[in-house]
Each structure stands twice: as structure tokens, then as C-alpha cells.
Design a protein around this ligand. Structure first.
Ligand SMILES: C[S@@+](CC[C@H](N)C(=O)[O-])C[C@H]1O[C@@H](n2cnc3c(N)ncnc32)[C@H](O)[C@@H]1O
Length: 273
């Protein structure tokens, strides 16, 4: 082998140890260029799997937002049919919902749980749109948990505008971020039916749905409509940055005759993170 051939071989060997450029996902999902030593195959495969994890998270986030939008733009019975066709969508929705909620400094469910704990445990509660039924697991009270899908035998699967609960059997009706369907007044009528006289109606809703400057409802019109249905407003709490709380008491028989002017509640569309 000539001196020239020896030098050329050495150069080639040296090159194969140099770093090689490859593309991985940047935190915002765009492709970024970074350098990897070719010999670090374990690093490379862990980057590949973190890239795949990010892509999976992005896809399931998109899927969550699609289901969420569907629930806010259809009626309760359409939502029930939607999940009946594919109950797995309910889990996709709730995984995405939990992810969104993990960014909220305070959970409305926790405030409602505290309210229930501060009252006598003999109060019978109905949790309309219970999600993972955390409320029922957190208090001593008898709780009827209601949602469109039941992953847990204790949850009653139905459209909450038409529940199997007995008339005048409930002390506290809870709607925690669950006035999703475009026919939400029917859910409140159902709560009125199942509540005992002077029973409580607690509502927590996303603040942006009640911001008239961005197309949201006027909270006073919302309160007025519920009062016309047959409740009195006991208190309101607008102090939280993310959600509003309304506390009503059942006043009288359902006002079936008077035409109530319900404000429209715009969908709560979660941002891509
Ligand atoms: C945003 S999640 C809130 C879940 C729970 N209340 C919480 O605070 O964690 C709203 C829930 O209401 C349920 N829901 C929406 N419309 C419903 C309906 N018509 N009947 C029963 N459940 C409904 C959804 O399936 C979902 O689980």
C-alpha cells in the first residue's frame, strides 16, 4: 500500500466517526436540526421514541379537541348516539380533558367537593356529567353519578336531559363544566324535576363562555333564565380566572308555560398546547 493510499484510508476512517445531521421534533412540533454521533445508537432510538411520543400526543390532542367541539355543538341525545357508536372516544376525550385541566391552577370540582363536605353528609347529590366520577369518590354523601358513558358500574349512562332519577329525590344537583349540549336548558329542567323543594343547584362553567366582549353569554341573562325556570340565585362567585360558580335553590314548580329567553352558551374550544 502506497503512502497516499494509507492517508486516504485514514481520512475515510476519521470521517465515519464524525457527527451526522438528523431531524427531530422541536418542542413546538416543528422539525429542528441537531447533531448526533452515529455510534450513539441508544440515544438515537430514544430520540426516535420521544419524537413518536410527541407525534402521538399531538394526534390525541387533535382528536380530543375534535370530540370536545362535537359535544359543544350537538344535542345531548346526539352526543349519546355518538359515544354509543364508539365508546372508546369517551376515553380519548377524558384523557385530553384531564391534560387540559392539569394546567388550571384550581379545579372547579374541588370547590364543589369542598362545598358538599361543608354541608351535612345526608344530602343526596346528583353529579350531572360526572366524567371520571371523582366527586362521588371524594365525599361521604350518596351520589348519583351520571354521564353519557359508564366505565364504572356506579355511573348511570344516559343523556342527562332524561335521567332515571326519581322526581323530588335529590338535595344537590351539580353541573361541573357539563352544560355542553346546545339543548342545555333541558338538563336544567331535568335537575329541577329531580330536586327536592329547596334543593341546591350548583353550576361551574368556563369563564370564557360568559364573556360578552368575546361573544360569550351575559351571566346576568343566564341567572335570570334559571330563576324564571323556578330557582332563586343564592350566590355567584366570579373570582376565579378560569371558571364561574353559580349557587341556586329550587323555588317552586317548574315554570313550564312561560317562554324563557335562554342565552346561547358558546363552545369552550381548548387551545392547542
Ligand atoms: C368537561 S367534562 C366535566 C366532567 C366532570 N364534571 C369534571 O368536572 O371533571 C363534561 C362531562 O359532561 C358529560 N356530558 C356532556 N353532555 C352530557 C349529556 N347530555 N348527558 C350526560 N353527560 C353529558 C361529558 O360526557 C363529560 O364527561
Amino acid at each position: 500500500m502506497t503512502e497516499d493510499q494509507r492517508r486516504s484510508r485514514k481520512r475515510k476512517r476519521g470521517k465515519s466517526h464524525k457527527k451526522k445531521k438528523t431531524a427531530v421534533a422541536s418542542p413546538d412540533g416543528g422539525a429542528a436540526t441537531t447533531s448526533l454521533p452515529v455510534s450513539a445508537s441508544s440515544n438515537k432510538s430514544s430520540l426516535k421514541s420521544s419524537f413518536l411520543d410527541k407525534m402521538r400526543a399531538r394526534l390525541s390532542g387533535g382528536h380530543f379537541r375534535m370530540i370536545n367541539e362535537k359535544l359543544y355543538t350537538c344535542t345531548g341525545d346526539e352526543a349519546l348516539d355518538y359515544f354509543k357508536e364508539d365508546p372508546a372516544l369517551f376515553n380519548v376525550y377524558h384523557a385530553g380533558y384531564q391534560e387540559q385541566m392539569s394546567h388550571w391552577p384550581e379545579q372547579p370540582n374541588d370547590i364543589i367537593i369542598k362545598w358538599i363536605k361543608d354541608h351535612i353528609p345526608s344530602l343526596v347529590v346528583a353529579d350531572f356529567g360526572c366524567g371520571d366520577a371523582r366527586l362521588a369518590r371524594s365525599v361521604k354523601n350518596k351520589v348519583f353519578s351520571i354521564d353519557l358513558v359508564s366505565n364504572d358500574p356506579s355511573v348511570i349512562a344516559c343523556d342527562m336531559s332524561n335521567t332515571p332519577l326519581e322526581t323530588s329525590s335529590i338535595d344537590v344537583a351539580v353541573f361541573c363544566l357539563s352544560l355542553m349540549g346546545i339543548n342545555f336548558p333541558n338538563y336544567l329542567k331535568e335537575a329541577h324535576r329531580v330536586l327536592k323543594p329547596h334543593g341546591w343547584l350548583l353550576i361551574a362553567e368556563v369563564k370564557s363562555r360568559f364573556d360578552p366582549t368575546t361573544g360569550g353569554a351575559d351571566p346576568n341573562k343566564f341567572v335570570k333564565a334559571i330563576c324564571e325556570l323556578g330557582f332563586t340565585c343564592q350566590s355567584k362567585d366570579f373570582s376565579n380566572k378560569m371558571f364561574l360558580l353559580f349557587y341556586f335553590k329550587k323555588k317552586e314548580k317548574l315554570n313550564a308555560r312561560k317562554l324563557i329567553e335562554w342565552p346561547e352558551l358558546k363552545p369552550c374550544l381548548y387551545k392547542r398546547r
